[in-house]
Design a protein around this ligand. Structure first.
Ligand SMILES: Nc1ncnc2c1ncn2[C@@H]1O[C@H](COP(=O)(O)OP(=O)(O)OP(=O)(O)O)[C@@H](O)[C@H]1O
Length: 244
């Protein structure tokens, strides 16, 4: 479980998050929805301990990670896989090497165990036959699946996605959303995904938190979003445009 409790974050004078509280339960898909530049990626960085709040706390499985030093954050981060918006694949490494890289760097596992885990993720991501290719030869959707496989290889409890369908065509977006949904069903995983695409929220999110002007203006089951009387939420539900 991940919890932000009363988190305030400023960059210089600018308040990005103002006393934000939200919880992501295990085995739940939670969307964080908001317009561009509102602070969605900042929330992911806080959850990973990559940045520290100015005030408030971030809990991962009940542990307050805000005072932790870098070395103590490693085991916490291993509970969470991260899939970056641009995938952050290594251009000069093959798909298999991309998937195994962090595993080799961080865990003292025997080679056959590494090979077994890579093969498992290649299968799960539907990338059999592409093991020895470079990322540039794959489509955007396939590259995203490599990034998801790489995030899964540590057997995390939760995966964090930054704009998982950004830049993908509708068919690839649909496949990636199905993949995220299947992680919950078949692997008992939880997921957080930040997005500005409301259709993606309705497609797979159990819960949604809406971030607007530094505050959470809705946090609850996705099905209850239509009950909100907040003008911003009413406008996005009718226009599906978040750039207000
Ligand atoms: N290191 C930084 N220093 C100063 N300002 C920053 C820094 N990182 C982000 N910001 C600002 O904080 C705000 C929130 O950024 P963030 O990337 O979290 O937004 P976002 O909702 O994820 O947006 P997008 O969807 O465009 O990625 C933006 O105005 C951004 O310019």
């Amino acid at each position: 479980m991940i919890e932000l409790r009363n988190v305030t974050l400023r960059y210089g004078e600018k308040v990005i998050l103002d006393k934000v509280s939200l919880t992501v339960q295990d085995n739940t898909i939670k969307a964080i929805l908001g317009p561009s530049g509102v602070g969605k990626s900042t929330i992911i960085k806080l959850m990973l301990g990559l940045i520290k709040p100015n005030s408030g706390q971030v809990f991962v499985d009940g542990v307050d990670i805000t005072p932790l030093k870098e070395a103590d954050l490693y085991p916490i981060r291993r509970k969470m896989g991260i899939v970056f918006q641009g995938n952050a694949l290594f251009d000069s490494m093959t798909i298999s090497q991309n998937m195994s890289f962090f595993l080799r760097e961080n865990l003292q596992l025997p080679d056959d165990e590494i090979d077994r885990r890579v093969a498992e993720q290649i299968r799960f991501a539907g990338l059999e036959g592409y093991e020895d290719q470079l990322p540039e030869s794959l489509s955007g959707g396939m590259q995203k699946r490599v990034a998801i496989g790489r995030a899964l290889i540590f057997n995390p409890k939760m995966i964090l996605f930054d704009e998982p369908t950004a830049g993908l065509d509708p068919v690839s977006s649909h496949k990636i959303l199905n993949l995220i949904a299947s992680l919950k069903k078949s692997n008992d995983l939880g997921a957080v995904f930040v997005t500005h695409i409301i259709d993606d929220v309705f497609a797979i999110a159990d819960e949604v938190a809406v971030l607007y002007q530094s505050k959470i203006i809705f946090d609850g089951p996705t099905g209850q979003l239509h009950d909100s009387q907040h003008p911003f939420i009413k406008s996005i539900l009718s226009d599906k445009i978040l750039e207000l």
